[in-house]
Design a protein around this ligand. Structure first.
Ligand code: 4AZ
Length: 711
């Protein structure tokens, strides 16, 4: 055990409160002398001294005076000096004597801080020897020059001081708790943008039993790169990988190493702002270690893949912290992030080396959506594309049977960049499927059928024929379907002669039935409600005259055209050919037949157009003669807005209940049926020398068009 350890132990005992005899501090010097000095010492005496100086010092003794009876080996009288139980010498003799062992100026030094002396005299002191006077003092011990067994007292550097010593360590080492050992100080922290680090003592052999951790930490957004500087030399084994000493580099979730051997490792691009370098060594070895240079650069985000049908700006092979990119799609493509469409897309390379957007968008073909449904029509896809209804897809609208496209342009639409179905003539407006007029599937045979004196109309032969009734009153009238939403009829159906003008509400009580020939069957159906009735403004119900006996009914909904529901065509304004005398037309209805009963089945009759002047005169004559239903009041006259039809021979005619129904003419050029007249009035039914009088529809073409287009 070294002195230092002893001292520490005592100190420990003292601080631990173990009782050490409380006494005055040991002196730094002193003086002793033989008994009786400076008079001769007595016979037969024995004296002992125990000299003590403070800890960490030794006792140095020197005689100022010495005179003890000389004898061979000092067997008579003597002073013996001890240190730690061993003798430093037995002294006797005088200054010039030859006998004995005279100490002279000799310095006697103890091994520790105490020295023992023992004086003894025998039975005689005849020469009156005086004895001795000695001075002692505390002298410092140079612990640093001592050894503790094989090892020196301190691992590295020893400092001696008065009464003590202390150890210290070289740069890069740390003094351990034992106050003596030095261990490499290799818990180091680096936060500069670049720097060097190496194993302790590099390029000299690194110490044993190291457990080093070098931490490099730089600002977020920056990445650390490591480059090893040769020589690289870490103890290795030819069979087992790095069994003794190991260098490991750790960052993020990555570990490089353990590294060892003599081959300089490849540079490491960590892409991290936090790197730890761990170096462990075992208890032996003589290798030079390692050194590396670290530098930083902006952290890199994952490389981007190019986008199909789009661009990334700016386009670079690599992107670093704070770089940002914008995605755009080619014309006709939209930016999609998953299922969601985006207006724009940009992203930023963040400090942790990740992009701030998780999901990279794709460019998908612009989609115009499913084309709008065309009422009474359909569409057909012309292009075959992977993306249905995608950009530049083409469709073509067409109308169902009995309808015709009424818009300019071919009905062909292309999915545009603005994601709308676009026609080059009409733009985004979809076509209109207009009902085809005057084309029944089963036209009437132009024969000699009758109504009053007529015949049954086969189903679908007069498909524009409407049945109007107000079931509560049990009255009935006819009408003619125009388009798919209008019915042309007579004004007197709503405002019979002598009655005031009814309100819309009253007029709306009428229901319209289409698509059948049997009243019973028709009225068992739902019918079509009336939305609004336009009575001709010139029609005067209170007068006896039938001038302008015309009404237009707007239906509550469009009707679907079928085999038995087809509109009639309207005659043009200048349509004299359709009113040529003797031209055969047909009138139809569920009115009174020749057996004086209302019909259940639709009847029709073919009648020639009468010459206007002849008709007017005939009707005048008939009224003069009091024939046919004249009320005896005002004479009814045939005016411009009317025309007559009939043979003048009687029997074949329209009659009560047929009012409002159409007088239709087939035009061979267009193979279409035109409603030239509306059943208006007559003087009885089927009487000789009279005619049926009809509203001349061509006269009212402007009025009709005006209402039908503005409503
Ligand atoms: C009527 O009472 C009626 N013969 C309509 C037409 C004719 C006669 C009467 C023509 O509604």
């Amino acid at each position: 055990m070294s002195r230092g350890v002893w001292m520490r132990l005592l100190l420990l005992l003292a601080t631990a409160g173990i009782t050490v005899p409380a006494s005055a501090p040991d002196p730094m010097f002193g003086m002793i002398s033989s008994p009786g000095y400076p008079v001769s010492y007595p016979n037969e005496t024995e004296s002992e001294w125990s000299l003590k100086v403070p800890q960490g010092y030794r006792v140095q003794l020197q005689f100022s005076y010495f005179e003890i009876e000389p004898s061979q080996r000092c067997i008579y009288d003597s002073l013996e000096v001890f240190t730690e139980g061993t003798s430093l010498g037995v002294f006797c003799g005088t200054v010039n004597g030859v006998l004995g062992n005279y100490p002279g100026d000799q310095l006697l030094i103890s091994q520790n801080n105490s020295m023992n002396l023992k004086f003894k005299s025998d039975f005689s002191n005849e020469e009156e020897y005086v004895g001795f006077l000695a001075h002692y003092k505390a002298i410092d011990i140079d612990e640093c020059s001592q050894t503790d067994g094989e090892d020196s007292i301190c691992d590295q550097v020893c400092h001696n001081s008065l009464g003590s010593f202390f150890c210290s360590c070289r740069r890069g080492y740390k003094l351990q708790a034992d106050g003596k050992s030095c261990e490499a100080q290799c818990e180091e922290f680096f936060d500069q943008v670049s720097g060097h680090l190496s194993s302790p003592e590099y390029p000299s052999a690194y110490p044993t039993k190291l457990s080093c951790n070098y931490s490099i930490r730089v600002e977020s957004g920056f990445a650390i790169s490591l480059e090893f500087v040769p020589p690289f030399d870490i103890e290795d084994h030819y069979e087992v990988h790095c069994p003794y000493d190991q260098l490991t580099v750790q960052y993020r979730n990555t570990q490089v190493g353990p590294l060892c051997g003599k081959v300089n490792p490849e540079p490491i691009d960590t892409q991290s702002n936090a790197v730890d370098i761990i170096f462990n060594t075992d208890g032996s070895g003589d290798n030079r270690g390692w050194k590396l240079f670290y530098s930083t650069d902006r952290i890199r985000c994952p490389d981007l893949m190019s986008v199909e049908h789009g661009t990334i700006a700016p386009w670079q092979d690599h992107y670093w912290y704070l770089d940002h990119v914008t995605y755009t799609c080619d014309v006709g493509y939209k930016i999609m992030q998953g299922e969601q469409e985006l207006k724009s897309f940009a992203m930023l390379c963040q400090g942790d080396g990740s992009w701030d957007k998780g999901l990279i968008p794709t460019c998908q073909l612009t989609d115009c959506g499913v084309p709008e449904i065309l009422p009474n029509g359909r569409f057909q896809t012309l292009t075959s594309s992977s993306v249905r209804n995608g950009y530049l897809s083409e469709i073509k609208y067409s109308c169902n049977e009995r309808y015709q496209i009424e818009t300019q342009g071919s009905g062909q639409y292309t999915c545009s960049m603005s994601r709308e179905w676009m026609n080059n003539v009409v733009g985004v407006t979809i076509p209109y499927c207009a009902p085809v007029c005057g084309k029944p599937d089963h036209p009437l045979n132009r024969g000699t059928a009758r109504i009053f004196g007529g015949s049954l109309a086969p189903p679908g032969s007069v498909p524009w024929q409407a049945f109007l009734t107000d079931r509560s009153r049990g009255e009935r009238a006819g009408g003619v379907l125009l388009g798919d939403r209008w019915v042309l009829t007579a004004a007197h159906v709503f405002q019979p002669k002598g009655k005031a003008r009814p309100s819309q509400e009253e007029m709306r009580r009428l229901r319209v039935y289409l698509g059948g020939t049997s009243v019973r069957r028709l009225v068992s159906g739902e019918g079509v409600p009336v939305e609004l009735v336009h009575l001709h403004e010139g029609y005067d119900g209170l007068s006896e005259q039938y001038a302008h006996d015309l009404a237009l009914v707007r239906l509550g909904r469009r009707v679907t055209l079928t085999e038995e529901v087809v509109p009639a065509c309207l005659p043009p304004t200048a349509a004299s050919a359709l009113y040529a005398p003797a031209l055969l037309g047909y009138v139809s209805g569920w009115g009174v037949t020749q057996d004086n009963r209302l019909a259940d089945k639709l009847h029709y009759v073919g009648l020639p157009v009468a010459e206007q002047g002849e008709c007017a005169r005939a009707m005048e004559r008939a009224q003069q003669a009091g024939r046919g239903g004249g009320s005896g009041g005002q004479r009814l006259s045939v005016t411009r807005g009317m025309f007559c039809a009939g043979t003048g021979l009687g029997l074949r005619d329209s009659c009560q209940g047929d009012s409002g129904g159409g007088f239709v003419v087939h035009q061979p050029e267009s193979d279409s049926w035109f409603v030239t007249g509306i059943v208006s009035w007559g003087l009885g039914c089927g009487k000789e020398d009279t005619y049926g009088v009809y509203t001349r529809v061509s006269e009212y073409r402007d009025w009709i068009d005006n209402i039908m287009t503005t409503a």
